[in-house]
Design a protein around this ligand. Sequence first.
Ligand code: UD1
Length: 321
Amino acid sequence: MSEVLVIGGAGYIGSHVVKDLLAAGFKVKVYDNLSTGHKCNLFKEAEFVKGDILDFATLDKAMSDVSAVVFLAAKKAVGESMENPAKYALNNINGTVNVLNAMSKNNVKAIVFSSSAAVYGNPQYIPIDENHPLNPLNFYGFTKVETERMLEWYDRLKGIKYASLRYFNAAGYDEAGDIKGKDENPQNLLPIVMSAAMGERPYLEVFGTDYDTEDGTCIRDYIHVSDLAKAHVLAVKKLLAGSSSMTLNLGTGKGTSVKEVIRAFEKVLKIKLPVKYASRRPGDPDKLYASNEEAFKQLGWRPQYLDIEDIVRTFAAVYMK
Ligand code: UD1
C-alpha cells in the first residue's frame, strides 16, 4: 500500500484530503506544526508527526518511507502577506524549498501542491483557464507563482512530478461532520457571513455595491472543500501511475455574487442577516470564476456542489454542534 505524507493535514483543506485518502485505501502520515491546524482534525487511522516545514531534519525523517506528498502547509491571509512579506517568503517559499529537497533526498517523486487563483491577479478574460497570464496582485499570490516555478525546475532536474492545484474560493465543511475543527480566524466571505449569522459579530460588511455585475456586488467561484479533497486523491493516483506534471484550476466554473451568498444563508438558516453596505475593498476584481475543463480532462474531476445553498448547508456541521 502506498504511503502518502500530507503536510498541513490537520488544517482546513488538509483534514478533508486525509479523510478521502484514507477512504481510498491509502496509508496516510500527517505532518503539521499545529499553528493553525487542529488536533481534533487528526484521524486515528493516520500516523501524526508534529513538525514544521522549516525544520529540515524532522521533515527528512518523516519522508523516509513515503511514495507521494500532498503539500498544503502555507500562510494564506492576503492582507497579512502585504504587511509581513518576510513571514510569507519564509513559510511559503523557503518551506517549499525544504519540502522539495527532502523529497529529492528520499527519492519521493510525486507531489500534489496547493496553489491558488491568486496567481492570476485581475482577470483579462473569464472564465479563467490555466493559460491566463500570471500577474499576482498580492505577495501571497507571488509566493504561489514562485513555488510553481520551483516545482517546474525540480521536475526538470530531479524528476519530481507535480500536480499544482489552483484553488478558487474554498468553502464549506465535510457534510458527515467528521472534521471537527473550524478554520481559525478566516478572512473569507462565507465563514464571515456564518459568524455574523451566529451572532459572533454584530454585522456583515459588503465591500462595494457598484461593481460591473448584475446586482453590483463581486462575483466569485465558491468551491466546496470536499470537492477539492476528491481532486487531490485523483491527482495522487494519477501521479503514482506515472503521469507527467500538471497545473489545474479547481473551481465550479460558476460565479456567485456577494448578495447571492447572503440570500443563500438567509434562506438556509431562516434568518435575516445584519448587513452594512460599505465601500470597495482595494484590489477586488468584479468577476472571477474558473474554467475547470482541464481538471476534467486530466483527472475526470467534476465538482458535486454546484448550488451555493448546498455549500451553505454544510457549515452547520461544525458551527452548530
Ligand atoms: C480569496 C482569497 C485569495 C484567493 C482567492 C481565490 C483571502 C483573503 N482571499 O479571495 O487568497 O486567491 O480567494 O479565488 O483569503 N467580502 C465582503 N465582506 C467581507 C469579506 C468579503 O463583501 O467581510 C467580499 C469581497 O469583497 C469579495 C468576496 O466577498 O468580493 C469574496 O471575498 P474573499 O472571501 O475574501 O475572497 P477573495 O477576495 O475572492
